[in-house]
Design a protein. Structure first.
Length: 255
């Protein structure tokens, strides 16, 4: 039988090797924006990545059935900015961020912002109850097998719940959040992507059209039904000054 000291000296290299492996593992995790939660799913740390226009990659082709059984194809949203949110009814961070998502959507949908949820590894009944309870007004694709989430592999970890993508009007991924987001955080991501498709100096709703001269002033209103200025109508007397209705500029979002 070898002496006790011999057993200790033989075990020492194995202990040192295990400790070194542990340190390497911790070092590798330092740059990983995800961790495995106590519930067994991948939970992000809220890290945000934005992509310059020249570096954006096309979003994958995504289509399927919504929670209500309706067909939905992401390609049909081309021309709009789309927020794609991966969620599940059993995910606590998803519950926390949902009111903020709904608020960003309702405030910006008139500017061409759409939302599409991806309900991941869920039951349809639980997901439908979640949508009702939280007042979610945008559609969600039902992705119980996780195949849609898998198609985003390389951009979003396939099981990172929640995660959010911002897709520009040309169908390219402009930003991502791995983990939960907030109203302010998501607004700051969405705003510049929306602005990319809006005319310079004009409200997003098109309430003020540029003049033909291109000076950016609002066009004068068209003549009314009295026939003034029409070829066969009464001629307009230009010898006296004509009152032009005052143009009132409204800030975007004003009543």
């Amino acid at each position: 039988m070898p002496p006790a000291g011999g057993r200790r000296s033989a075990a020492l290299p194995r202990l040192l090797a295990a400790a070194a492996a542990g340190l390497l593992l911790l070092a590798g995790c330092a740059d990983d924006p995800t961790t495995v939660s106590s519930a067994g799913y991948i939970e992000g740390d809220g890290s945000v990545t934005t992509y310059p226009v020249a570096e954006r990659q096309p979003a994958p082709e995504v289509s399927g059935e919504t929670l209500d059984g309706e067909p939905l194809d992401l390609a049909d949203y081309r021309g709009q900015v789309v927020v794609v949110n991966f969620w599940a009814s059993w995910c606590p961070p998803c519950r926390a961020e949902t009111p903020a998502l709904e608020e960003v959507y309702t405030e910006n949908r008139d500017r061409g912002l759409a939302f599409v949820g991806i309900d991941f590894k869920d039951t349809r009944t639980a997901a439908q109850a979640f949508v009702r309870n939280y007042g979610v007004s945008y559609p969600s694709l039902y992705d119980q097998p996780g195949l849609i989430a898998q198609s985003f592999h390389g951009t979003v970890p396939p099981a990172a719940i929640p995660s959010t993508l911002v897709i520009d009007r040309e169908g390219r991924i402009a930003a991502r959040v791995i983990g939960s987001t907030t109203y302010t955080g998501l607004t700051e991501l969405v705003e510049p992507v929306l602005a990319e498709g809006e005319p310079d100096g004009a409200p997003a709703d098109g309430s003020a059209e540029p003049s033909p001269a291109g000076d950016g002033t609002a066009s004068a209103p068209a003549p009314d039904a009295t026939g003034l200025g029409e070829p066969n109508g009464p001629r307009l007397d230009t010898s006296a000054p004509t009152a032009i209705p005052e143009q009132t500029a409204y800030a975007e979002g004003a009543p």
